[in-house]
Ligand binder design. Structure first.
Ligand code: HEM
Length: 379
């Protein structure tokens, strides 16, 4: 547990200490950790507040409970199972350049398009409109950053695509109220709240935006980091090729070893002792999830990538109240990606030195480039 004065930020790095904070909702709050700017005046006739201001991940109980129930409602095992064939078909289509020509830039040509297709399908956005989602997702981070730097012009520019996506999503919600389709929006608009009413359009678009903001880039990055780890450890890749029963354990090890959501944030309500250190009331606290995943008090030889590892309770999806709603979906995307590589390009490898680190970000460890190659004849 340490304090960095230059960021006015406390950090918790040990596995057990992180769990203790996640469990302790008396002393730690999930709200207040993310200051969301207000939309600029120029777009106020289109949008009052940015939808992620009330994102599930920043709500504390009791407000968190109804939001969580609503967002979780569509994530049933059968709805996930029904999406598997579609994800597989997309994975097969996107991996084709590697199989046919022996080369692919995995991050932009595979991981992001696959993740966008999954989120688009879940929300119910037709293919020709998915660019709207992509632009909105990219601009959420720009809006957040310009809120911090006070750059008004950048905030305005980021707001336009967010408004475009929101207006489209609002129309989609109205459409699904009239007629249900096989998507999560249709489930949410029909989900009765505890008081017997149905969620209004703003509540539903807030939850749909949660899915986009929390689920799009995270999954794309997880596939990229995970594949880099797996293909980069040749003995582990060969072990998996020889024994596919290791697949689920391999996915968990990919999540642990390169868990790319580096930090979750909380604020303290009171002075509170973590480990042996007192963190004062009103502090911002970063939980270093990726660090906890490499804690040698929790995992034996934590810096070894080992797909036969028994202990798999990593921190990459958080825990308890705010445990990742999309964990099963994300796991499925990673698993299908690995299976597709095993089937289509069993000799796939990372082009040496091709991995590039993305822009620095407090939350997400991103890769901007990862080239894979294979022998098309072997494929
Ligand atoms: C491998 C990819 C993913 C990773 C590593 C990841 C990680 C996380 C983590 C660490 C949290 C907890 C944050 C906290 O406690 O402050 C979280 C929450 C959340 N995740 Fe994910 N996530 C991933 C994919 C997804 C997907 C695909 C979706 C949805 C389609 C999603 C939706 C959410 C939502 C809505 C929450 C907030 C839950 C709540 O506050 O109750 N995530 N995720």
């Amino acid at each position: 547990v340490f304090y960095a004065p230059e960021f006015n930020l406390w950090s918790v790095s040990r596995y057990d200490d992180i769990l203790a904070v996640l469990r302790d909702e008396t002393n730690f709050s999930a709200s207040g950790a993310l200051a969301v700017p207000d939309p600029p005046d120029e777009v106020r006739d289109r949008i009052d507040t940015f939808p992620w201001k009330r994102s599930t991940v920043t709500l504390d109980p009791p407000e968190h409970r109804p939001a969580r129930k609503l967002i979780q409602a569509p994530f049933t095992p059968s709805s996930l199972a029904s999406r598997e064939a579609g994800i597989r078909a997309n994975a097969l289509r996107l991996i084709a350049p590697l199989r046919n020509e022996g080369r692919i830039e995995f991050v932009r040509e595979y991981a992001f398009p696959l993740s966008l297709a999954v989120i688009g399908d879940v929300i119910g956005v037709e293919e020709s409109k998915r660019e709207l989602l992509l632009a909105a997702a990219e601009n959420v981070f720009k809006a957040q950053n310009s809120g911090i730097t006070g750059d008004r012009q950048a905030l305005l520019e980021a707001s336009e695509p967010i408004c475009d996506a929101l207006e489209y999503i609002d129309a989609l919600i109205e459409d699904r109220r009239r007629e249900a389709q096989d998507d999560y929006t249709s489930v949410m608009v029909r989900r009765q709240l505890d008081d017997g009413s149905y969620p209004d359009t703003e509540e539903v678009h807030t939850r749909l935006f949660d899915l986009l903001v929390a689920g799009f880039e995270t999954s794309a990055q997880m596939m990229s980091h995970g594949v880099a780890a797996l293909l980069g450890h040749r003995d582990q890749w060969e072990a998996l090729r020889a024994d596919r029963s290791l697949l689920d354990a391999a996915v968990e090890e990919m999540l642990r070893y390169r868990g790319q959501v580096k930090r979750a944030f909380r604020t303290t309500r009171n002075d509170v002792v973590v480990g042996e250190t007192t963190i004062p009331a009103g502090s911002l606290v970063a939980l270093l999830l990726a660090s906890g995943n490499r804690d040698n008090a929790a995992f034996e030889e934590p810096d070894t990538f080992d797909i036969t590892r028994r202990r798999q309770d990593h921190l990459s999806f958080g825990r308890w109240t705010h445990f990742c709603v999309g964990a099963s979906l994300a796991r499925m995307e990673v698993r299908i990606t690995v299976e597709t590589l095993l089937d289509q390009c069993p000799d796939a490898r990372v082009v040496e030195g091709s991995e590039r680190v993305g822009a620095a970000d407090l939350r997400l460890d991103s890769i901007s480039r990862l080239e894979l190659e294979c022998d098309p004849a072997a494929a």
